[in-house]
Write a new protein. Structure first.
Length: 269
């Protein structure tokens, strides 16, 4: 039988760990590590070379079925639009996409769905994909599990009630994510779709002309590019036709964003 001294010592060790929170602290640190707030970022590279993502980010994304770029061996690009609110330019964007036979992803929020069902319906009827940008556009790592699920699934429920379709793509608001948010949203059935090109086009008071939008996109075309454009930009709306035609002149084809889904989800759209 164990001696009384051994039992007393063991009791003391266990009591010390509980009292000081050693075991709890280790668990807390592990949770904190997986929920470390990360901000999506890429470094542009000249001569149409693939941009450099943050170190370690591509590997982390691939672990959870997320994407930010297509096949870098193919001269193909993809268009995505963020729709936090409406600024009057979406109809022109849709006209241009229709006239050029381009399919895109439109990432919408709760207020956008509520206030602009007519435009969302047109997007669907013209063959575009509707992506989830959450109800209120919060930073996902700052939410607990139930809050995060409601931000994502709550929007999907409202969308399904109106159109009978579920969402497959999620774009984390502000480009903020964590390993935990990637894992949880993957379990909810989503492919987190980031981007390999974006620019500061969300300021309504910065109108620089369609030529500016055209030039900056052309300078940054690259194989597999996932292009993020904000639909609130007049420059983007007026320059989109030139961008599409300019990419084609440079030998790029425009891909169907559904190709960016993980293989196991293709056909579930």
């Amino acid at each position: 039988m164990p001696s009384r001294i051994f039992i007393s010592a063991l009791f003391f060790v266990v009591f010390f760990m509980i009292f000081t929170g050693c075991g709890l602290q280790t668990a807390y640190n592990n949770l904190s590590d997986t929920n470390k707030l990360l901000r999506w970022g890429i470094s542009r590279r000249e001569n149409n070379r693939t941009p450099a993502a943050d170190p370690g980010a591509p590997k982390l994304l691939s672990m959870y079925g997320a994407a930010y770029i297509g096949d870098t061996t193919a001269k193909k690009i993809y268009f995505t639009f963020d729709e936090g609110y409406e600024n009057g330019y979406t109809p022109k964007i849709l006209d241009t996409l229709r006239d050029n036979g381009v399919r895109a992803v439109f990432f919408i929020t709760g207020p956008y769905l509520k206030g602009h069902q007519d435009l969302v319906r047109r997007m669907i009827e013209e063959g575009h994909i509707i992506g989830n940008h959450t109800i209120h556009h919060p930073s996902l790592p700052e939410l607990d599990d139930s809050q995060l699920e409601e931000e994502v699934l709550g929007l999907d429920r409202a969308f399904y009630e109106k159109f009978g379709i579920h969402m497959n793509f999620l774009r984390p608001p502000k480009g903020e994510y964590s390993e935990r948010s990637l894992a949880l949203t993957q379990k909810l059935g989503y492919c987190n779709l980031f981007w390999s090109f974006a620019y500061e086009d969300w300021y309504r008071d910065r109108i620089r002309g369609p030529g500016y939008a055209y030039d900056i996109v052309m300078r940054n075309l690259h194989n597999g590019a996932v292009i993020l454009l904000h639909a609130v930009s007049k420059d983007n709306a007026e320059g989109l036709d030139m961008i599409i035609k300019g990419a084609a002149k440079r030998g790029y084809t425009i891909g169907d964003p559904i190709e960016l889904l993980p293989a196991e989800k293709v056909g579930m759209e």
